[in-house]
Design a protein around this ligand. Structure first.
Ligand SMILES: *Cc1c(COP(=O)(O)O)cnc(C)c1O
Length: 390
């Protein structure tokens, strides 16, 4: 067997996104022990960098040693006890995943649903809160399966009437691409992942927990059912005690540290502006070609763009050609949106004008060759006009 030489790809799917060479180089630095003073310094740096990126002062701000889904699971297994009422907003795959985890924790689940591709109705959220008086309201800020944004400010507004309810927010795809402003919106538990807008390989799940959230975990009647994700133990490993719990993935933490440094070097506001601009250019290009976006303008994410597959065109065939002929990866639809949308990620390092123009050009050529009647306007020109007019 030969060594594995990955093909050259441009990652414009729902994650992972392209990784900056500085992060790749950090990943290959020599190992030190996970309790080596040098690594303890790395752990401290990461907590400090994460607070800046989450925009929070929360003491408990650490990466869980597993992917974004483990961040989700950590949130619920620590905060939910059997019989606890929980309201979950569901308008895509990740709201579904949250619901599944709540029932596995024995929580009393109430779902507030919206059609996949549409924003949630905050009046319905309010009604569900009035009916069930839950300990937790959970929502996905950036629903990667549909491209829909749920602004945390609107959740906070609804929650003013329910001071006892904690706000739990999935920031896996939003962190580093959209403002999350954890403290400003009073988010009590947020989790993310490394491979979306932080542009690090998958493998860690940054989380941040408010003092109220920590208090709720401390006051539990039962032990957290999961040993690995029990934050009362994990926090001792990341805190001053340094009590061995598991072996932190040393190299992954090198990578995360460098990717967070890149975010802060760029500046949060500049980074959000870049994601927004590239999104606007992509949408202008797509619409100039005569294609349609799935999501209404006011609910659209900047980091994950969903485009309707035109009638008579095979979703999978186009994606296969993009990969084979152009080395570009984009995603297909899931669940009820299978075969009906393309999911174009413009996350972190992948959110770049070159990528927008290259994808539009490739898509135009493939659709033309397939005999699809494109609108007379050129996608590349429409996108360029946005870049020129900035
Ligand atoms: C990707 C993603 C997850 C899951 O993260 P994994 O790293 O795949 O485990 C959870 N929520 C959202 C919104 C995501 O996009």
């Amino acid at each position: 067997m030969n060594e594995f030489n990955p093909p050259k790809r441009i990652l414009m799917g729902p994650g992972p996104s392209d990784v900056d060479p500085r992060v790749l180089s950090a990943l290959s630095a020599p190992l030190v022990g996970h309790l080596d003073p040098a690594f303890l310094g790395v752990m401290d740096d990461i907590q400090q960098l994460l607070r800046t990126v989450f925009e929070t002062g929360n003491r408990l701000t650490i990466p869980i040693s597993a992917t974004g889904s483990a961040g989700m699971e950590a949130a619920f297994v620590n905060l939910v006890e059997p019989g606890d009422p929980v309201v979950v907003c569901v308008n895509g795959v990740f709201g579904e995943r949250m619901s599944d985890i709540v029932t596995r924790c024995g929580g009393k689940l109430t779902r507030v649903e919206a059609e996949w591709g549409r924003g949630l109705d905050m009046e319905e959220v309010r009604q569900a809160l009035r009916r069930t008086r839950p300990g937790i309201l959970a929502a996905v800020q950036a629903e990667t399966s549909t491209g829909v944004l749920t602004p945390p400010s609107r959740l906070r507004e609804v929650l003013t009437e329910f001071p006892e309810t904690l706000l739990l927010l999935d920031c896996v795809t939003s962190l580093g691409g959209h403002p999350v402003e954890i403290d400003r919106h009073g988010v009590d538990f947020a989790y993310s992942g490394t491979q979306k807008c932080l542009s690090c390989p998958p493998g860690l799940a940054p989380i941040t927990v408010s003092d109220r959230g920590v208090e709720r975990i401390r006051r539990r009647k039962n032990k957290v059912q999961s040993w690995y994700l029990d934050l009362t133990m994990v926090e001792k490993y990341w805190g001053d005690d340094r009590t061995y719990h598991h072996t932190a993935p040393v190299s992954m933490n090198y990578g995360l540290r460098e990717s967070l440094r890149l975010v802060i070097e760029e500046g949060l506001q500049n980074r959000f502006d870049r994601h927004r601009l590239n999104h606007r250019a992509l949408v202008a290009g797509v619409e100039a070609m005569g294609l349609e976006m799935l999501v209404q303008p006011e609910d659209r994410l900047w980091v994950l763009n969903t485009v309707r597959v035109p009638d008579g065109i095979s979703d999978a065939a186009v994606r296969a050609r993009l990969l084979r002929d152009f080395g570009i990866e984009i995603g297909g639809g899931l669940g009820p949106l299978k075969d009906r949308i393309w999911r174009v990620g413009l996350m972190g390092t992948s959110s770049h004008a070159n990528n927008v123009l290259m994808l539009l050009n490739a898509l135009e050529r493939i659709l033309r060759q397939d005999g699809f009647q494109l609108a007379p306007g050129s996608g590349v020109e429409a996108a360029s006009a946005i870049f020129d007019g900035q």
